[in-house]
Write a protein that binds this ligand. Sequence first.
Ligand code: HEM
Length: 429
Amino acid sequence: MTTDTTAAPTVDLFAQDFAADPFPVLADLRRTAPVHYDPATRLWLVSRDKDIRKVLLDPATYRNDNALGAVLPLRLPALRILDRAGFKTLPPALFNNSDATHPALRGAVLRLLSAQRVRDALPMIEKITREELDRMAAELETTGRYDLARGPARAIPVRVMLEMLGIPRAERADVTTVADWTDAFITLFWGRTDKDRQRELAHQVADFHTWLCGLAALRDAPADSLPGALARARMPDGSPVSPEVVVAVCSNLMIAGHVTTSQLLRTAAYRALESDGRWQALARDPDRAEGWIEETLRREPSLTAWRRVTSRATTLGGVDLPRGAQLLLLLTSAGTDPEAHEEPERICPVRGAGRGHLGFGLGRHRCPGAELARAEGRVVLAALATRFPQLRLLAPRRPPFLELVSFRAPTRLDVTHGPRAGREAAHPA
Ligand code: HEM
């Protein structure tokens, strides 16, 4: 493929248009400027599947130290609020750890999220799903409408995560509060917000941090819980994991375990509902849910983009990069790169090479929660379609999307259940 560098597009990574439909801009980037400097964020945008793979498989040259910093600088009032809560920069844990301590911390987490533990957790996931869909049915019955983005898609991942990570019941904050905290976290660090909004978000992040410190103090928790596993883990020099690092690992897990899966559910449901026939096909054959989830992960993954920083001067995609160059790996672009996937724009739940995508990353930092996320996605989407076979979207047809650099999903999905009535049936929206 040739690169037409005369026509590199201007990208606004925070704009609603880009969030709702990033595909044309990503195609332009791949074609004209596959490693493109964005002055607004000072990030090099990497858009081709092959270049992203190269980066992910070379963690010595492309470190992840910069993965969790604020994409845009935070204002002083927000920083003061975080500082008063004792929230400083997160020390290296998982997402931001390229050092020798990473394998020990990752090992503790991998054991909690193993394929066997996910299989054993299926009855729990199904039970939580049934309970949340009961709530949804009751509200649909009373009001005739429901916002899918705020219901089961939000509650189920939080509840499942608290169970999987063995957080003792007495220590659990309520589900909506955890969801609000983690949403505030990603908005503050990956969004473009003004001073007042930053202040509000910082208060929520400060409360979240205080709760995490309480979890990290549970040194006697059972070994099959996150706090207990971290209390028993040892660093390469034999020392225990410091309280600050335990807080950081808990924070990584709470955010990654909830927001990404919630976004996956919302995006998968939206795509299945947006055109006539797809939802009904899913209701008739719920085994299709697995393929739907896989295609969503490929084509529009919840983690749309992730950062790396170069440890030395290097060349990527024909572009010379200095030491310290900050990269943004555009995972959505990799999933829609025609050099990597046939007819990438088409959602095809029976696509053979389904799992060859980068929706869960690759290499040393590949997502340890992938099987849990897949299982949740499959169970919830199949249960939604069989329980509500006549679910359909209410206007607007194109919902608003999160305006964040690394996370993407519809923020509102108003639905109703039942056949179209009278004029509505004659004039489908
Ligand atoms: C749809 C759901 C999910 C998506 C799309 C997703 C995506 C990703 C991606 C792309 C990475 C690689 C980041 C990198 O290369 O630096 C990653 C890492 C990670 N994910 Fe997930 N994830 C999901 C669900 C989960 C769940 C359910 C958990 C835990 C309960 C989880 C925990 C983590 C952790 C701890 C890491 C860091 C691993 C490391 O650096 O060693 N994720 N995830």
